[in-house]
Ligand binder design. Structure first.
Ligand SMILES: O=C(NC/C=C/[C@H]1OC[C@H](O)[C@@H]1O)c1cc([N+](=O)[O-])cc(O)c1O
Ligand SMILES: [Mg+2]
Length: 214
């Protein structure tokens, strides 16, 4: 049977990027998505905004929801300080298989813990299983109807602290209306919209940065 898009994206990385060079992996994926096949990576325009927030927060502990092919995993992990880690959750085993290879090709496997399974099941186990107290940064990029329930779950599990930053992709396209209404109206959050475009297109999309106030 034929290959899948994630597999073709991985082949492009293995062929064109430089092993151990995260920037070349990022550039190769962006080129592949612009010139060959669109794929749902956060992309270079929103990625630059995400980079600036990662650098500002300089997180000791980071959670990513929705790994897909590992593009944003590489973007974030390349900016993390030595000794700090990123936990990324992916439900789809085929995506996880590709992502592991992309992350390894970038040479970032020591900074990344990829956990396969449904976020709703994994989040309540994170404290005990991975020795995390709270997350300094959370990047939400998984199923759009899971952003709100998983955010409430993070609160309930005591995984957020005063100042924890949530960065949410796709708040306009495909859209996460219930999540957006929640973080923009709740007194527990200070929320700000970074207007941009859907990856590799001219369609409006953006990132919502929400600081947990405790
Ligand atoms: O569904 C999106 N992301 C959620 C990913 C869902 C898949 O990955 C996690 C889960 O295994 C599921 O199979 C998405 C969709 C678009 N889009 O334009 O359709 C753009 C984006 O940036 C997106 O993150
Ligand atoms: Mg996305």
């Amino acid at each position: 049977t034929g290959s899948t898009r994630p597999q073709r994206l991985l082949k492009a990385v293995q062929k064109n990027a430089t092993k151990g060079d995260p920037q070349s992996v990022i550039s190769t994926i962006d080129h592949f998505c612009r010139r060959c096949e669109w794929a749902m990576n956060v992309g270079d325009e929103k990625g630059t905004i995400l980079d600036s927030v990662v650098c500002e927060v300089s997180p000791g502990s980071t959670l990513e929801l929705g790994t897909y092919c590992g593009y944003s995993t590489v973007r974030i992990a390349r900016l993390l300080a030595p000794g700090t880690k990123l936990i990324t959750l992916e439900f789809n085993p085929d995506f996880a298989k590709v992502a592991r290879q992309v992350i390894e090709f970038a040479g970032l496997q020591e900074k990344v813990l990829l956990v396969e399974g449904p976020s709703g099941d994994i989040i309540p186990k994170i404290k005990e299983q991975f020795g995390i107290t709270t997350f300094d940064l959370v990047f939400l990029d998984h199923w759009k109807d899971r952003y709100l329930p998983d955010t409430k779950l993070l609160e309930e599990c005591g995984l957020l602290r005063k100042g924890s930053v949530l960065m949410a992709d796709n708040v306009i396209c495909p859209g996460t209306p219930d999540y957006l209404a929640y973080v923009r109206s709740s007194p527990k959050y200070d929320s700000k919209y970074f207007k941009s475009h859907l990856e590799y297109t001219k369609v409006e999309d953006g990132l919502e940065k929400s600081v947990y106030l405790g």
